[in-house]
Design a protein around this ligand. Structure first.
Ligand code: ADP
Ligand code: MG
Length: 212
């Protein structure tokens, strides 16, 4: 799909919510080993609320859709990841203000703005084994893809590929921030749960836009 309007993006967010909800057991298992075990349940709670909200509402613009989604996650999830996933969807809204649909360039600007906001807010440096380690390669791959295409689906596919690369890289990282600091060596070989969630979210968006 070349461009996506708010109804296509709503379908994409619904697909992403389904994928996050389905990933709960995997996210829980990983966070039990390297964190405090609540990441899967937090994500499932937030994206179940998001799913319900989307099924009950229509949104005039992509801005209105993502704004409502971000607020819903912050309100329903709690924990650091609620704020961070909310920030991901809200931090780049300025880039899509007034648009009826998003092409690849606008999607990239929107997500990149959200990624920068997560980095500012969470203050995790690259290599700290957090979702930032999936978000930054996603941003880099999207920006590289824009030199070839303005197709929103292809730009999301690039973001997903970057995030998956980042997830793999987190397996070799020692955690530096937050609760998983107490599990430093145990965490080796395991990916960061927040990074996995980022890859599931971007993959779900891509899948939802493809109509898969
Ligand atoms: P909590 O840390 O409150 O228990 P979750 O378990 O839901 O929250 O989420 C943990 C995930 O959140 C981690 O795997 C990591 O990716 C991400 N995370 C936590 N703190 C930060 C931070 N300051 N910056 C970036 N990501 C963070
Ligand atoms: Mg946790």
């Amino acid at each position: 799909m070349n461009r996506a309007d708010s109804s296509a993006l709503r379908a994409a967010m619904l697909a992403a919510a389904d994928d996050i909800i389905a990933a709960e057991p995997e996210l829980t298992r990983i966070d039990m080993v390297i964190g405090d075990g609540d990441h899967g349940i937090g994500m499932k709670t937030g994206f179940t609320a998001l799913r319900r909200m989307l099924l009950e509402n229509e949104y005039p613009t992509p801005y209105a859709l993502f704004h409502a989604c971000g607020l819903c996650l912050v309100k329903s999830m709690g924990g650091s990841s609620g704020v961070l996933f909310g920030t991901l969807l809200i931090g780049g809204l300025e880039a899509i203000e007034g648009l009826d649909s998003l092409g690849g360039r606008e999607m990239c600007a929107f997500l990149a703005g959200g990624i920068d906001a997560v980095v500012r807010r969470g203050r995790a440096k690259p290599g700290y084994k957090t979702m930032v380690d999936a978000l930054l390669p996603a941003k880099a791959r999207m920006e590289a893809a824009l030199t070839q295409t303005d197709d929103v689906g292809r730009v999301l596919a690039a973001a997903e590929a970057g995030a998956l690369e980042g997830v793999e890289a987190t397996k070799d990282m020692l955690p530096r921030l937050g609760r998983s600091r107490g599990f430093r060596e145990t965490a080796l070989g395991w990916p960061d749960p927040g990074a996995v969630s980022v890859s599931v979210l971007l993959g779900g968006l891509r899948r939802g836009l493809d109509g898969e």
